[in-house]
Design a protein around this ligand. Structure first.
Ligand SMILES: [Mg+2]
Length: 372
């Protein structure tokens, strides 16, 4: 089997009302999908994270740079292809857009391999779970969203069946955020896990103070309390507070996670297969984390392809027990697949059983949002 073509598709949907976390304002939902075609008629689909830059740059890297290292190669030699892409781009790669672009290709290659043997991807990768507990990732800041609106929003996810919900903190004062957390805890009741995400906004001492103030509300984890580069600060926070620190969505490859893990900067690892180096690398990160008894709860905040890719990752590793499920408005997640990903009434997602990623793109939706 030989790779014939590598194509990236940029999809964008403008938001009527931007949403905000501690540091970013999100005016649109976009995705870079990757399609790899082979000479045997099997095609694979993947997604590359574009976060932090224009999606068109990611498309350019995939089509004008990385494709050259893939055309004519056997997609089943995935370790060799990964290493080749990594080494040939190393002078301007190692992190960022290059690794994210490689991630999308890597997922598409795994989709091809699993389809070629007629197996669901998570099973080909070792099949650890048939279903994964999902947490509703939402609770952003938005214009006109007060305590009541936030509480109602978070409560709605519990009514849908979610047993864990995540909200943003860090954009307003600690006192205002505590009022938001209190309102949400009262709305979701004592039996729903409540996660908070600081999106890298605090200094270590601010994060420690905030964690102490949050303790009364039984916080399941405190995500990215400090900047991604502040490994020592994250370790200081993790050692000082009585709730786990989750981190890693902004980190790349096993080398980046090695430094987080050996410095005890996180309690829960959040690699994202569309961002950290694909499924090939995510699984190495998970294996390394398992040696430190660290669970992996993959980040996912993009299209349905990103979500399903990370689900297969979660379901293929023993230390994967949960999956981020973004609930903010995003037609690229809700409409992109012929059969959209949904939770069961008990808050779990069943893994697709068809070969490969096990999903089918709704081509009319791709056409509707495609901008490249
Ligand atoms: Mg996050």
């Amino acid at each position: 089997m030989k790779i014939k073509q590598v194509e990236a598709m940029v999809l964008t949907c403008q938001l009527e009302k931007p949403i905000m976390d501690a540091t970013y304002t999100l005016p649109h939902r976009s995705a870079v999908l990757v399609r790899v075609d082979t000479d045997e008629g099997i095609s694979g689909i993947g997604e590359a994270a574009y976060f932090g830059g224009p999606p068109m740059i990611t498309k350019m890297i995939i089509e004008k740079e990385l494709a050259d290292y893939l055309i004519g190669e056997d997609p089943r030699n995935i370790e060799r292809l990964w290493e080749n892409m990594y080494q040939r781009t190393i002078k301007h790669g190692r992190r960022g857009a290059i690794i994210a672009s490689m991630s999308g290709i890597d997922i598409a290659l795994w989709d091809i391999i699993a389809k070629s043997v007629g197996m669901p991807l998570y099973r080909l990768l070792g099949g650890c779970y048939e279903r994964i507990r999902a947490y509703a990732s939402a609770g952003f800041y938005a214009e006109g969203k007060g305590l009541k609106e936030l509480a109602n929003e978070m409560e709605s996810y519990v009514k849908e069946g979610f047993t864990a919900v995540k909200m943003k903190i860090g954009r307003v004062s600690q006192a205002e955020d505590i009022a938001r957390i209190k309102a949400v805890r009262e709305a979701i009741g004592p039996n729903t896990d409540l996660l908070v995400d600081g999106n890298n906004v605090y200094t270590a001492y601010e994060a420690i103070k905030m964690a102490r103030r949050m303790e009364a509300y039984d916080i399941f984890w405190f995500e990215e309390p400090v900047p991604a580069e502040d490994i020592e600060g994250s370790a200081k926070v993790a050692a000082a507070i009585d709730m786990p620190v989750a981190a890693g969505e902004n980190e790349f490859t096993r080398y980046g996670f090695r430094d987080l893990i050996i410095n005890q900067a996180l309690d829960i690892a959040q690699p994202d297969a569309t961002w950290c180096g694909g499924l090939t690398e995510a699984r190495k990160i998970a294996a390394m984390a398992s040696a430190w008894n660290i669970i992996c709860v993959p980040h996912s905040f993009s299209s349905a392809i990103a979500l399903v890719s990370n689900l297969h990752f979660s379901a293929s590793i023993p230390n994967g027990r949960m999956q981020e499920f973004d609930r903010n408005y995003n037609p690229l997640r809700e409409e992109l697949l012929v059969k959209p990903i949904k939770i069961n009434k008990d808050g779990y997602i069943d893994l697709p059983h068809k070969p490969g990623l096990g999903v089918e793109l709704n081509e009319s939706v791709v056409k509707k949002y495609r901008v490249d």
